[in-house]
Design a protein around this ligand. Sequence first.
Ligand code: FUC
Length: 766
Amino acid sequence: MTLWYDRPAADWETQALPIGNGALGATVFGGVGGERIQFNEKSLWTGGPGANGYDFGNWTSPRPDAIAEIRARIDRDGAMSPEAVAARLGQPRSGFGAYQAFGDLWLDMHDGPEFPEGAVTGYRRELDLREAVARVGYTANGVTHSREYFASHPGNVVVGRLSADRGGEVSFTLRTSSPRDDGQVSVSEGRLTVRGVLADNGMMFEAQVQVIARGGTRTDGTDEITVTGADSAVFVLSAGTDYSDVYPAYRTADPHATVTEAVDGASRRSYEELRAEHRADHRRLFDRVGLDLGQRTPAVPTDRLRAAYTGGASADDRALETMFFAYGRYLLIASSREGSLPANLQGVWNDSIDPPWAADYHVNINLQMNYWLAEQTNLAETTEPYDRYIRSLVAPGERTAREMFGARGWVVHNETNPFGFTGVHDWATAFWFPEAAAWLTLRMYDRYRFSGDIEYLRETAYPVMKGAAEFWLDTLHTDPRDGGLVVSPGYSPEHGDFTAGASMSQQIVFQLLTDTLEAAKTLRTDTAFQAEVTAALATLDPGIRIGCRGQLQEWKKDLDDPGDTHRHVSHLFALHPGRQIVAGTPEAEAARISLTARGDGGTGWSKAWKINFWARLLDGDRAHRMLVEQLGGSTLDNLWDTHPPFQIDGNFGATSGMAEMLLQSGHGTVHVLPALPSAWPTGSVTGLRARGDVTVDVSWRDGDADRVTVHAGTSGPLRVRAAMVGGRHHVEDERGGIVTPRRDGDVITIDAEAGGSYTIVKLAVP
Ligand code: FUC
């Protein structure tokens, strides 16, 4: 569970190693003559209130008939070009901003040789996923140097320690730099402070680094701190801004007090204590899931492991696959913890003031995808920032719904920022996606389906789902072709023409209304609203049609081009992450034909989508083939996913896809090893979560489960589907007592008791 390399990182994007605590992120280079630690704080953004011309994406002047006009033209002509729609409904983007690199921390080593020219031996740079610690070690001039870095969530700090195997050998100068010119640096009593204001929007920011040397001397300069002849030295860094997620001002207090408190607090404690607290915090989440595919610890560095990877099921290939699975979970823990913004397009890591797509929150697939793995891989806590963020979009999104659509509820379009940008811009093929709000809330309902937490449903999920549903109740259009309710104008991301009733639009709205109605019934609330939703569902086009080639249609009219290999496979939403399409049905077969036509190419995230699709189609070998495509063609040396460039959704999506290969639970049954590939004949997985508050451990041999334990969180019938159940087996409870569930083919139904564990054991043929 360790990524390791035999040389320092020469490049941020492809080689530096990430640590993070949700709010703070850092990437470690591991240079010998000098260390570079690039760091981030997730709320440091340009744009928004205070930035020139910020308008939340709302139309700057009313366009009362604009949407009706477009609808009428689509009704008349069947389609409209994205350019024509954008000319009428779009508007130039203004003050959107971009996620900002905070700065770099440099540790210039005194008399340290450069690598590789100098006499350095035993160099190793690593990222230990289980401990969430980055390390650097090497020997130079007869002295072995070690460095360790971690980002503590409980402490809200990044901590580093430099040490050597001989006393008095730690000597360096610590300084910072920023890609902007807006921070003032000061130093006092071993504490370096960077403080400033973003010129773009007036956002205040501050970082502090405390240096603590053991032995030797510490000298404070004007903008740097020098440690000479120490036995070891520790630094503690924290950073913050005056950002708050509350509309419309998005500002709170000067970050000085919070940053000071974090750095003071951590500086008073020993390194060992901070490290132990961090370790316990990380492992409480990370250790919940274990995957064993029969890998062994690779003898080669991770970059060479990846370069040699063929997916050919060698022990090394399986080691890379299990590491990649664990890495997705590691990255989510490191980039999404309570109290900060959700993971953005790059998680929390960014070295630029102008990152690709502003490292923003794209919500026509990307943000949703970032959280696919959260429930399944037992990291529900990491979704707190997501929920909080979605709820923060409601206030600005209500205004956009009202002003643009004259609708109740709330909406957000193709991409957004931390400042409630819920309107539009005018990039024709990627500006219009009002379905985003609906889709974003579905994850929250799914969290309820996993946990069964009714309080969460009532207080957190349902109110935002209801708002998203109200928007669509007011916005759906009656299609003159057949009287069905459709989304119009609608756009299947990010290609083709604007039409009415594109499959993805219909599927998302169908799922939203279905889930919201179910939720309202469960909560016994809003009877009149329930009636409204029921009526809409009766005429809503569900967005599932089989076309002339047997494919699942992407549009309501059969416009599909069989040669289309576009990276978005939007019309399969109903298969994944939706649940309208069930494997083994004619619609699933149609989805398979569409997916086959799209091909195995695509960007990093697109390949990750396809792992999930093939897993849902119960085709383990095809799912694995997509994993091979992703690891082989869309993964960097530091195992970050590349679109290109680096985009973290592919990491998260791949981990989700691997989990989907091992366990599914979308349709009322816990399906064990639904899509096990032949490349993983023997293995085990522990701690995966299934809907219905169930935790599952499975071990398998020769492609078939031999032991399955389901841990029930709640009482009631628990349906488990596993091929092994069709053969000789027995089921025992946690006390070893034999229980006799009902069986129907390969499904058994256990009368589970809350807190009970039930193990299905495969028995040898007599
Ligand atoms: C979506 C994708 C692009 C890219 C961008 C950030 O719009 O279509 O490929 O991932 O998000």
